[in-house]
Design a protein around this ligand. Structure first.
Ligand SMILES: [Zn+2]
Length: 352
């Protein structure tokens, strides 16, 4: 087994080419804060080749250079930060290549060997000098405890804080309605089911009205119903009940119907040109839109007996369509509660 010599030269900041070095001599500078910018390496043996790659400022790892090719840049002001060197050729299994760099902030780093990285990566630190030596496998170089390579650890991602999330069905709103008298009219009933589809309107009206009345009473209101069962009350009698009770507002609970089952959505009705009526109806609509999220059909100002013959501010709500399967499905899956809450939102806002 013969010997093999490694021969290398470098290009150093402000100095340029610094000549040939071999077998462990320092190519570069110590303590001068000058970057090694380029390097070329070869052996003097036909049977032993050498290949190498480098980490270059702004570019990352280069492709592989071989047998004297230039690694790095000249005249671009870019530092070499790390290198990997390997032996190739017929006798490469008989030798090891060792290389150690002198790096900014680290000083002399440990020997790396046979393709291991030497230097730093991602730290913005220059190699200032390098020593390279080829030795037979039988010879082991003493290695200290200084690392041959340092790499920037990826910054740990900050743990995201949980975001406060509104519950899907927000809690019933707070509010004080003591001293208020509210008349709830349950549309239809008895032999008159109102609009019909997957659900009967009179049943929907009853469910929502009783729940709304409960929510209003919990907030101190006195609630007067036009019916509390599936009985029929004559249309003309309903405003009379409200008028006799001295109600502050009259809320008539209805649901819509259409020949077109795909027709969905929410609307409200008030007496034409009544400022208080428009305000109450708009507030109830907003509450229903927010809670139910159905199509917004808007406010209708219409001369309807409920809103015409009452002495007080009055509104008719049509939160959804009894004739529309998707509206009915929502009603059966929490929508009735949301509807009562939406009207409650509007009433509370009206008295605020
Ligand atoms: Zn109706």
């Amino acid at each position: 087994m013969g010997n093999a010599n490694v021969i290398y030269d470098g290009h150093v900041q402000d100095i340029g080419n610094i000549g040939l070095f071999q077998n462990g001599e320092l190519c570069g500078t110590y303590g001068k804060s000058k970057r090694l910018e380029a390097l070329s390496i070869k052996t003097d043996s036909d049977q032993l080749g050498i290949e190498y790659e480098g980490q270059i400022q702004n570019f990352g790892w280069t492709d592989v250079k071989r047998n004297g090719e230039l690694l790095g840049t000249i005249g671009q002001g870019l530092r070499l930060e790390a290198v990997k060197i390997r032996l190739t050729g017929e006798t490469s299994n008989e030798f090891d290549v060792y290389y150690g760099v002198h790096a900014e902030n680290y000083g002399d780093m440990n020997w790396a060997m046979n393709g291991e990285p030497a230097g730093t990566e991602g730290l913005g630190l220059r190699i200032e000098g390098i020593k390279i030596i080829i030795v037979p496998k039988s010879v082991k170089l003493a290695v200290g405890d200084i690392r041959n390579f340092a790499k920037a650890e990826p910054k740990p991602k900050p743990k995201p804080k949980p975001k406060p999330v509104e519950p899907l069905a927000p809690a019933a709103p707070v509010g004080n309605l003591s001293g208020k008298v509210i008349c709830i009219k349950l549309g239809h009933g008895g032999s008159d089911p109102g609009a019909c589809g997957d659900l009967r309107e009179s049943d929907m009206n009853l469910t929502v009205s009783l729940r709304l009345g409960q929510l209003l009473a919990e907030r101190g209101a006195r609630v007067v119903y036009t019916r509390t069962t599936d009985d029929h009350v004559y249309l003309s009698d309903r405003p009379t009940i409200a008028n006799n009770a001295g109600a502050d507002i009259f809320v008539s609970i209805h649901h819509n119907g259409s020949r077109d089952p795909s027709s969905p959505g929410t609307c409200a009705i008030c007496y034409p040109d009544s400022d208080a009526g428009i305000r109450l109806a708009t507030l109830c609509l907003n509450g229903l839109y927010n809670r139910l999220g159905l199509q917004q059909r808007g406010l209708i100002q219409r001369d309807d007996s409920d809103v015409t013959y009452t002495d007080m501010t009055a509104v008719i709500t049509e939160a959804s369509f009894a004739s529309c399967p998707t509206d009915c499905a929502l009603f059966n899956n929490g929508g009735a509660e949301l509807e009562a809450l939406g009207i409650l939102d509007g009433i509370l806002a009206y008295f605020r």
